[in-house]
Design a protein around this ligand. Structure first.
Ligand SMILES: *Cc1c(COP(=O)(O)O)cnc(C)c1O
Length: 386
């Protein structure tokens, strides 16, 4: 392909699958492959069950969990919903208070909002100006009737990494279960459930070079937590998530996790170098601001505001780049990013941001093209402004 094809700078929205992932998946679809229903007891079913359980071990290994502690879901959105709604509803007789943060992914925020409609109270924590939550704020928010704390690991818009270990220590003191949305950190940084001391953790395949539509929830019941399922219809997945297992998706997820376990450090070093060059190039433009903590972050995400320029207008001129303003989920509304607003950016700066996200397949020439295109468009828009 020539330099004419658009540059992909949206790995935080989704990543292409590794060819080995695709090969393993297609082997689970056709008559000459492993197409059986893993719930069936006959030989075809048992073959499929073996593939599912191998994948469970591969996915568990990525986060240093035991295989039997994982429940398959359709992705991190479902994992977050199951963790939050499931824990809260199961504990409703004991307490109706949760703690989360304003910078969480919509699938956490909207699940908590749903609980507010059901009579729960949610304390929404603010971050500091760099996007970090002080463990002390979590401690202050805990109440006698708190049944869950849900705090993400890496933020999808700005890439900031929360200090989950410190937050978990606070939760453990009070025996309150902790849920962590690790969709942007699993396969990108070290994620070890024993070190993080979380009770529930969500992750998803398509952010780590696996297929879309498959994820997992790590669930290790602590003394005080149990989960109520969201759906009913069979005893699959410890009774927590009924339905025929999507064997091809699960197998693809497993292979992607095994590859990520071997590649994440190399990927991170690669992304780190490219991101440093990207920031060097972009920061030469007047009125450019970095959003989020400068170092406590994942390697692949760079979020930048361009003062005096609307992110949407900027994107319109950048047709040779595939990238997003703050978050993919809000792209059909003109609302400024709620994450950047929570960091204290004014509406104008929050609206003038772009999120560059890099990955395993990003190349130096992609970065050079991005710097050239953004510099050109910012100059053009500024020259055209009254
Ligand atoms: C992508 C993402 C999700 C949603 O994951 P899906 O698998 O697409 O449902 C949740 N949380 C974060 C932080 C994400 O980046």
């Amino acid at each position: 392909m020539s330099g004419e094809s658009p540059v992909y700078l949206d790995y935080a929205a989704t990543s292409p699958a590794d060819p080995r992932v695709a090969a393993a998946m297609s082997e689970c679809l056709t008559r000459d492959g492993v197409f059986g229903n893993p719930s069936s007891m006959h030989p075809h079913g048992r073959l499929a069950r073996a593939r599912v359980e191998r994948a469970r071990a591969q996915a568990a290994a990525l986060i240093h969990a035991e295989a039997q502690q994982l429940v398959w879901t359709s992705g991190a959105t479902e994992s977050n919903n199951l963790a939050i709604l499931g824990t809260a509803r199961a504990a409703a007789r004991r307490g109706r208070h949760l703690v989360s943060a304003r910078t969480e992914h919509k699938s956490v925020i909207d699940a908590c909002r749903r609980l507010e409609h059901e009579g729960f109270h949610v304390t929404w924590l603010d971050t500091d100006r760099e996007g970090l939550i002080a463990p002390e704020r979590v401690r202050e928010a805990l109440r006698e009737d708190t049944v869950l704390v849900s705090i993400m690991h890496a933020n999808n818009e700005i890439g900031v990494l929360q200090d989950i270990e410190a937050i978990a220590a606070v939760c453990q003191e009070r025996e309150v279960p902790l849920h962590v949305d690790a969709a942007q950190s699993a396969g990108k940084v070290a994620v070890d459930v024993a070190r993080l001391h979380c009770d529930l953790l969500s992750f998803t395949a398509h952010k780590l070079y696996g297929p879309k539509g498959i994820g997992a929830l790590y669930f290790a019941p602590p003394r005080r937590a149990s989960l109520q399922p969201l759906m009913f219809g069979g005893g699959h997945e410890r009774g927590l998530r009924p339905g025929t297992l999507a064997v091809h998706q699960i197998v693809g997820f497993g292979v992607a996790c095994e590859l990520a376990a071997a590649a994440w450090q190399r990927d991170a070093g690669h992304c780190e170098r490219l991101r440093a060059r990207l920031w060097q190039g972009l920061s030469a433009i007047d009125g450019v601001l970095l959003n989020g903590h400068p170092t406590q972050r994942v390697a692949g995400i760079l979020n930048v505001s361009f003062s005096g320029i609307e992110g949407e207008s900027l994107l319109l001129g950048l047709t040779e780049l595939s990238l997003s303003t703050g978050s993919a989920c809000n792209s059909d509304s003109d609302e400024p990013s709620y994450v950047l607003r929570a960091l204290g950016r004014d509406t104008e700066l929050a609206q003038s941001s772009l999120r560059f996200s890099l990955g395993r397949y990003s190349e130096e020439q992609d970065i050079e093209r991005a710097i050239a295109a953004v510099t050109r468009e910012v100059r053009r828009l500024r020259a055209a402004a009254p």
